[in-house]
Design a protein around this ligand. Structure first.
Ligand code: NAD
Length: 432
């Protein structure tokens, strides 16, 4: 008997993969899997699905030729998923207003899948969870509604995603992928499937809870280290020392890890540490390191606002502020948990409405911008501003160069705040 048959999988041409949630994580997976299997992408956002059907990816990761592949199909009709024997769940896992894990989207979707689950089906979760989510929350949902028995009738795997939006070098296929399952057959199934699409190799983890924890550890490590350099940068600015120079000097030692100060945003590094502190707290353990790091990283936006206000005070009252860039990171259209938007909110509280330029703002009326007041600038005009805050290191600002950015200013005393240190320190007024 062939290996895949023993695993309860079908011939490649007969397996049908269902991807639930076709965003930054789901779409690359779907595009890759559809080289080998029929792949159905289900998303409950009709607008997104219709855009994908027309060949447009608003996340700008794929051109239309990648989306029009023979084995790739997009739908908002959940019934179509009944045909699938493998389900991969790539739904958002944000935090609520109290910074606690919000698993609602994943739980609802898992419940819907449990209603169409069949013998031998395989469910893989890719969303970021705190350890124990798959075992204690999701498998019970699958069992309860389907009346099927986990590890006898169906199997479950977990493979946290490591994709890095806007990164042209590290792509799904060339990033080593963690795979896990609690059952022998689940481990074999997940390896069989992912070996087809990942060229960098797989890293097998013995249980789903260890794999869940490994993912939040990756991002919590970044979060805590960024907090350290954020404090160092406050000290550097107080003592008139260049932070970057200090970091580069320290990094000349072999075992120093380089991190740079900044606003922590996005859907991963800003959120995953809160999943870690949630599980620590719920087990009665200390989460103090994450709490302190969270406070420090969150405080960075206010520190920047205070710097702007200091410059504003020194100048006239008729201050014009321009912000260049508001995505949470460079060269990608993702505004989730953007630190620059937080700064805009602080400005708004002080009745300051800045001009904002970002080539990735397609629709200012998008609900992500509802809480923020700014004038969207699509064409940069010379001689207008007293304070220019370069918030994101988009390629286009690097290409524009500091000389042209300086030309946007009212010549006298214009302050340039370069949050990403993309220009020489000598040419700007402030860097972190
Ligand atoms: N974005 C990243 O770079 C990244 C990297 C690694 C891990 N992750 C993790 O992967 C998961 C997914 O993140 P993402 O960035 O791809 O999210 P996303 O917001 O880009 O995409 C999620 C998609 O799910 C859809 N959706 C929401 N609820 C749904 C439902 N009930 N049924 C069907 N579709 C639904 C949304 O319309 C959206 O298209 C999260 O847990 C995240 O932490 C993200």
């Amino acid at each position: 008997m062939k290996k895949r048959q023993k695993l309860g999988l079908k011939k490649s041409s007969k397996n049908i993969i269902g991807i639930i949630g076709v965003g930054y994580v789901g779409l690359p997976l779907a595009v890759k899997f559809s080289d080998h299997f029929n792949t159905i992408c289900y998303d409950n956002d009709k607008i997104r699905v219709n855009e994908l059907i027309k060949g447009y990816d608003r996340n700008l990761n794929f051109k239309s030729n990648s989306l029009s592949k023979k084995k790739l199909r997009f739908t908002y009709d959940h019934n179509i998923l009944k045909k699938c024997n493998v389900f991969i769940i790539t739904l958002p896992t944000p935090v609520d207003k109290n910074n606690l894990p919000d698993l609602k989207m994943v739980k609802d979707a898992t419940l819907k899948i449990s209603n169409i689950l069949k013998i031998n089906d395989f469910i893989i979760f890719e969303s970021t969870f705190y350890p124990g989510t798959v075992d204690n929350i999701l498998i019970p949902i699958l069992e309860k509604n389907s009346s099927l028995k986990y590890d006898r009738d169906f199997h479950v795997g977990y493979s946290p995603e490591r994709i890095n939006p806007g990164d042209k070098k590290h792509k799904l296929e060339n990033i080593k992928k963690i795979v896990s399952s609690n059952s022998i057959i689940g481990k074999k199934k997940i390896k069989y499937l992912y070996k087809k699409i990942i060229t960098a190799g797989l890293f097998e983890v013995s249980s789903t809870k260890a794999a869940e924890l490994s993912k939040i550890l990756e991002n919590s490590q970044r979060f805590v280290n960024i907090a350290l350099v954020n404090q160092i940068s406050t000290l550097c600015n107080k003592m008139n020392i260049q932070t970057k120079e200090v970091i580069d000097a320290a990094a000349s030692k072999w075992n120093f890890m380089k991190f740079y100060p900044g606003l922590v945003g996005g859907h991963c590094v800003a959120v995953d540490p809160l999943y870690l502190s949630y599980i620590q707290n719920s087990l009665g353990l200390s989460s103090s390191l994450i709490s302190v790091a969270h406070k420090i990283n969150n405080g960075k936006a206010n520190e920047i606002v205070e710097t702007v206000l200091k410059y504003k005070k020194r100048d006239s009252n008729k201050i014009k502020i321009l912000i260049l860039g508001a995505t949470f990171k460079e060269n990608c259209p993702d505004f989730r948990n953007s630190g620059i938007l937080k700064i805009i909110k602080e400005f708004n509280k002080l009745k300051i409405i800045p001009d904002l330029h970002d080539p990735y703002i397609i629709n200012k009326k998008d609900k992500i911008f509802f809480e923020y007041k700014f004038n969207q600038i699509s064409k940069l005009k010379s001689s207008k501003y007293n304070i220019i805050l370069v918030g994101v290191g988009h390629e286009m600002y690097k290409k524009l160069g500091i000389n042209k950015i300086k030309k946007l200013s009212i010549k006298k005393n214009c302050k340039i705040i370069d949050l990403k240190s993309i220009f020489s320190k000598k040419r700007v007024s402030y860097q972190l």
